[in-house]
Design a protein around this ligand. Structure first.
Ligand SMILES: Cc1ncc(COP(=O)(O)O)c(C=O)c1O
Length: 383
């Protein structure tokens, strides 16, 4: 497919160096639990990848549990810690569906759930968090950075409050890793979810970083792999790719962030010239690559399809998998009226983007927004 890809928060293209690292393992008989030479070689490759992921996240290798991605990591963190407990689970109102889903499932099974409100810029309300912590919840789950707005939470203050109350904190760091510095050790969080395909690695692999002091129950029983926390033969090629992607992301973090921010700022300078456009979350600290904006009186989805026809891949603010036109829960939590939330578009830049891509997007947007351009709606895009 030709065109300009500006949807890196949905997924990223795989780095050529990652593909090369995976190549020798693709299709090879490589069970890391086998005792023969081939098995031992696979184990060595998995453990090298584990140490690379750990180094990139500033964690210890024995804290890294490989999973199938961010969704499974979030499910493992929430259900693994909360199932069987009686005190409440607290999550923020702007979490990704991969946290909301398991949280709602626990709630429906009778577990108390508290949702923490956010301010107009999408930051968790500190007073509400303190109030909830007085009720000694079993776990607090607050994302590091939001996939829609790019808004970064005040993790140091949140950790300090949770520590003081003796409550473990899980953070969904899927969007943060590879875009801003993330240190598991320094942050003081106890559980952290990561996904390879958001950082130029393969799809279908990720990790949950688990503080050794925590005792967690697995989602599935099996062969005892991953310290008994994730049974199932490890996908060696995918894990090797994840290790390489994490190492590169760590090494190139500053350059990547600078590249993304320059493009994002260029885009936002252009957008600020358009009278119908408002940029969201800009009062908060944000990921360097993400812009979410709302266009007055126009469906985000219609805009998405107009831009798609012009060769620019962005994302709209509509709910994804259900195909419904429900406004985003993130934006309504930030106090936006449901109608306005339907006019939302997200552009998330990445390594391959250039100034010309941004200028082209702005031109296409201007053309589409001209009176009489006649944009129409269509199917819903994914996050
Ligand atoms: C914040 C956040 N958490 C979790 C996920 C899910 O990750 P995965 O696709 O690896 O399951 C995503 C991906 O969209 C995300 O943006």
């Amino acid at each position: 497919v030709n065109g300009v890809y500006l949807d890196h928060n949905a997924t990223t293209p795989m780095d050529e160096r990652v593909r090369e690292a995976m190549q020798p393992w693709s299709g090879r008989a490589a069970n890391a639990s086998s005792m023969h030479a081939q098995g031992r070689a696979a184990r060595e490759a998995v453990e090298l990848a584990r140490s690379r992921v750990a180094a990139a996240l500033d964690a210890s290798p024995d804290e890294v549990v490989f999973t199938s991605g961010g969704t499974e990591s979030n499910n493992l963190a929430l259900k693994g810690l909360v199932s069987g407990a009686t005190s409440a689970l607290a999550i923020s109102m702007v979490e990704h569906a991969a946290v909301r889903g398991p949280a709602f499932q626990l709630r429906d099974a009778g577990h108390p759930l508290i949702e923490l409100p956010v301010d107009a810029a999408g930051r968790v309300d500190a007073a509400a968090l303190h109030e909830v912590l007085e009720r000694s919840p079993v776990l607090v789950s607050i994302m590091w950075a939001n996939n829609e707005t790019g808004v970064i939470q005040d993790i140091p203050s949140i950790v300090a409050a949770c520590r003081k109350a003796g409550v473990p904190l899980h953070t969904d760091a899927v969007q943060a890793v590879g875009k801003v510095p993330v240190s598991f050790r320094t942050s003081g969080v106890q559980l952290m979810s990561v996904s390879a395909h958001k950082l130029y690695g393969p799809q279908g692999v990720g990790a949950l970083v688990v503080d050794r002091a925590l005792s967690l129950a697995p989602l599935q029983e099996g062969g005892g792999q991953e310290r008994g926390l994730r049974g199932g033969t490890e996908p060696v090629a995918a894990i090797v790719g994840f290790g390489m992607a994490a190492a590169i992301a760590d090494e190139e973090l500053a350059a990547r962030a600078a590249h993304a921010q320059a493009l994002r700022d260029r885009l936002e300078r252009g957008l600020s010239q358009l009278p119908q456009v408002t940029i969201l979350g800009s009062e908060a600290q944000r990921l360097p690559n993400t812009t979410q904006f709302v266009v007055d009186g126009i469906e985000g989805e219609a805009l998405l399809h107009g831009l798609d026809r012009a060769g620019y891949a962005v994302s709209s603010g509509s709910a994804c998998a259900s195909g419904s036109k429900a406004p985003s829960h993130v934006l309504t939590a930030m106090g936006m009226a449901a109608d306005a939330a339907r006019g939302v578009v997200r552009a998330s830049v990445g390594q391959g983007n250039t100034d010309a891509d941004i200028d082209g997007l702005l031109e296409a947007l201007q053309r589409i927004l001209q009176p009489g351009a006649g944009i129409t709606g269509g199917a819903v895009g994914g996050w």
